[in-house]
Every structure is written in structure tokens, then in C-alpha cells.
Ligand binder design. Structure first.
Ligand SMILES: Cc1cc2nc3c(=O)[nH]c(=O)nc-3n(C[C@H](O)[C@H](O)[C@H](O)COP(=O)(O)OP(=O)(O)OC[C@H]3O[C@@H](n4cnc5c(N)ncnc54)[C@H](O)[C@@H]3O)c2cc1C
Length: 385
């Protein structure tokens, strides 16, 4: 369907267009054929990371001097959209490249950046960020994992849960209390290279409603010693502020995937209702179908315009936490609502795994939960009314 709202944003360049073509080809040839198998295996192939790294598709927005592509966030956006277009929720690339690598870039010392970023960019290391614990998710100030200074080391003890890339991660940014007596001011970010430490253990690759190919895992830390030089930032107690500063980009990443999923679901559903017949007519010939799809298309266009504006603001370093929270909550609520409608319009086939809409429906549910729940988004927006 012609939709001028889908026109590229003001940030589109020839270089970005070429990158988009490379990303699209890669997703079509190296990702799409394996989505169903990864769903069964609970993990993407480890080589996917290095294959993508060789083509410059991992960390395109990290500076070239650290092994990245030297581009801006628009390059990450392209990857998120192209991955969503092939219906793949398994690959935690956007978290690795758009979030984990950016913590290191923003807060790492020169030595930390030199040590970790090239390996994250090549796919040699997979990144994860471990905030959530069994006892606390939204209330991050209450994490119980500790990183206590002991000579030249920190000793980490605690448990994390629901960690994306948990089975494959070789570098984990751990949210821990360096001062357990404090709330937010006691929180620090420390980096654990999983192959270099003792006492680190991966727990279960958790079974979930959707995103079956994503290795969302438990992680355990028992007297894990890391050098004190693995602290991110100028000093202890900066973790909470660092987390808050990165939130707009993280939330925009979730919302971008949401808009792309809405558009894909609507394209597939429109085709389906044109092909499917009931009562001697095509399903699209029922006014109800047309009205529902007309409403959904309109909302998809609103979401697209909003998200493009957010992208432009982020590129100008002007995207604030409130606007990003609006985008995350509204788009992901709409994503679930519209994909549910799309499933309904498929009838019984929508509930069958042979149609991609069933996977999209399962995968979309979590978008309202992670990256900060949508209730927390409204709390944040409400505070600034
Ligand atoms: C597939 C998946 C992948 C994930 N990946 C990661 C990851 O890579 N790293 C990571 O650290 N975490 C990850 N998470 C965890 C995710 O970020 C948390 O689940 C989320 O932040 C919510 O925390 P919680 O589960 O502890 O829920 P809780 O905080 O216990 O919330 C329970 C309910 O209470 C509501 N609530 C809580 N506080 C308030 C409030 N103040 N006002 C109103 N309502 C409130 C919530 O909105 C929710 O509805 C992932 C989760 C999933 C499911």
C-alpha cells in the first residue's frame, strides 16, 4: 500500500541506503531461513554474530577507531527494522550493539574501550546487560547483587534473571551495589568477562510465552572476582545516573521494533484477507475488515511519524526521557492491539504456527514489559505533567 508516511527520514544518506541493502540481504539469507529452527533450539547460531561482524553489521554506530562502522544511530535503526521485517525476535543484536556497546563507549576509559569494543564489533564477544533480579525489576535501586571492593578487585555476589543473550554473552554489564547501604547512590556498573572469571554460572535458558529463539537466561555470581578497573565510569555510585542517561536510546530501540512489527503484520494481513474467501466474498470485502484495517493503518502511520521524529531528535541528542517513554509505551501497546486484530482477521489459521502472525502475536506481548514496563513509562511521563 502506498504510504508517504513510510518515506525515509531526513537522516537518510546514500551510505545509509547501501547499508540498508546489505542489512536486508543478510537478514533475508542468513536470518529468515533459520527463524523457525532457532525458535526450537532456544538460541541463534553463535556464528551469526561473527558473520554479521565481518560485513560490518554489528555495532555500525560505534566509531571506526574501536572497530565499529563509524555511523550514527540511524544505522542501528536500519538493522532493527530489517530484522523485524523478517520476523526474527531471536537475535539480541539491538541490545548488544545499540545498548551494551554504547554503555562502554559512553562511560568506558580509553583502555576499556580498546579492550572490549573491537571484540563486540566483530562479534567475538556477545554483550548482555544484567539489571533485573528475581526480587526486583522495575525498582532498580533495590538490586541486591553486590560488588564489594577488596584490594585491587571487586567481589560480585548475586543473581540475575531474564537476561537477553544470557547463554551466549561473553561480556556482561552487571548492575550491582558497590555500597549496599545506599539506594540509587550505591549502584554501580561493573563489567564481567565471563571467560576470565571463576564463580560465574549461567542458569536456565528460560521458557517463555514468545521469543522462543532468544536466550533469555538466569545468571549467577558467586564470589566472582574482577579487577577494579572493570568499573564503568569515573567513580563508584554512578550506575543509576548512567542507566537513566541511556534510557531514551533503549526505549526508542524497543519502539522502533514495535513499529516495524506493526507494519509487517498489516502487510501480511492485508494480503491474507484479499486471498481468503468466506460467504462467497473475499474477507476484505466485509466492511468490518476494511474499517478495522483502515483504523490500524492510520494508527501505524501515526506511530511511524512519531518514531521518525524521535529518531531525528535522538540524532540531534535532543530526545528526552519523557518523549522516549511516550514512544515506548504507546507504540508497544498499539503493537499488541494491532497484531491481535491481525491474528483475528486470519481466523483459525492465525492461531497456527504455519502463519507468521502467530509468532508475531506471541513475540509482541513482552514489548510492553521489558525496557521498563508500560506502567513505569506512564509513571515517568506523569511526573513531568
Ligand atoms: C524476554 C525478556 C527479556 C528481558 N531482557 C532483560 C535484559 O536483557 N536485562 C535485564 O536486566 N532485564 C531484562 N528483562 C527484565 C525486564 O526488564 C523486567 O521484567 C521489567 O523491567 C519488569 O520488572 P519485573 O519483571 O521485576 O516486574 P515488577 O517490577 O515486579 O512489576 C510487576 C508489575 O507491577 C507494576 N509496577 C511496578 N512498579 C510500579 C509502579 N511504581 N507503578 C505502577 N506499576 C508498577 C509493573 O508495571 C508490572 O505490571 C527482560 C524481560 C523479559 C521478559
Amino acid at each position: 500500500m502506498h504510504n508517504p508516511m513510510l518515506a525515509n527520514g531526513s537522516y537518510m544518506t546514500d551510505e545509509l541506503r547501501m547499508f540498508q541493502e546489505t542489512a536486508r540481504r543478510f537478514m533475508e539469507t542468513e536470518v529468515a531461513p533459520h527463524v523457525a529452527r532457532w525458535d526450537e533450539e532456544g538460541c541463534v547460531d553463535r556464528e551469526l554474530w561473527t558473520k554479521a561482524g565481518e560485513l560490518g553489521l554489528v555495532c555500525p554506530s560505534i566509531p571506526e577507531e574501536y572497530g565499529g562502522g563509524g555511523g550514527n544511530f540511524a544505522f542501528e535503526k536500519v538493522l532493527i527494522e530489517e530484522q523485524a521485517k523478517v520476523g526474527c525476535s531471536a537475535w539480541g543484536l539491538s541490545l548488544h550493539a545499540g545498548i551494551v556497546a554504547h554503555y562502554i563507549l559512553a562511560y568506558g576509559t580509553e583502555a576499556q574501550k580498546q579492550a572490549w569494543l573491537p571484540k563486540l564489533c566483530s562479534g567475538e564477544l556477545v554483550g548482555a546487560i544484567a539489571m533485573t533480579e528475581p526480587g526486583t525489576g522495575s525498582d532498580l535501586q533495590s538490586v541486591r547483587t553486590t560488588a564489594i571492593a577488596d584490594g585491587d578487585d571487586y567481589v560480585i555476589n548475586g543473581q540475575k534473571v531474564f537476561i537477553t543473550n544470557g547463554q551466549q554473552a561473553g561480556l556482561v554489564i552487571v548492575v550491582a551495589k558497590t555500597n549496599p547501604d545506599e539506594k540509587a547512590k550505591g549502584v554501580s556498573l561493573v563489567v564481567v568477562e565471563t571467560d576470565k572469571v571463576e564463580g560465574f554460572r549461567r542458569g536456565r535458558n528460560l521458557e517463555k510465552v514468545g521469543m522462543h529463539g532468544q536466550d533469555t537466561s538466569e545468571l549467577f555470581f558467586e564470589n566472582v572476582r574482577i579487577p577494579r578497573s572493570n568499573l564503568l565510569g569515573a567513580g563508584e555510585g554512578m550506575g543509576f545516573v548512567q542507566l537513566m542517561q541511556q534510557l531514551p536510546q533503549e526505549r526508542l530501540i524497543v519502539a522502533l521494533a514495535g513499529v516495524a512489527a506493526i507494519e509487517l503484520a498489516l502487510d501480511q494481513t492485508t494480503q491474507y484477507v484479499k486471498d481468503r474467501k468466506a460467504f462467497g466474498k473475499r474477507v476484505i470485502d466485509f466492511q468490518n475488515t476494511r474499517f478495522k484495517l483502515a483504523e490500524a493503518r492510520t494508527e501505524a502511520s501515526l506511530a511511524r511519524v512519531f518514531i521518525e521524529r524521535c529518531t531525528e531528535l535522538l540524532l540531534q541528542q535532543k530526545l528526552d526521557a519523557v518523549t522516549a517513554a511516550m514512544a515506548k509505551y504507546w507504540v508497544t501497546d498499539k503493537q499488541f492491539e494491532i497484531i491481535d486484530l491481525c491474528l483475528q482477521l486470519h481466523g483459525g489459521y492465525g492461531y497456527m504456527d504455519e502463519y507468521p502472525i502467530s509468532r508475531m502475536w506471541r513475540d509482541s506481548r513482552v514489548q510492553r514489559i521489558y525496557g521498563g514496563t508500560n506502567e513505569i513509562m506512564k509513571e515517568l511521563i506523569g511526573r513531568f505533567l
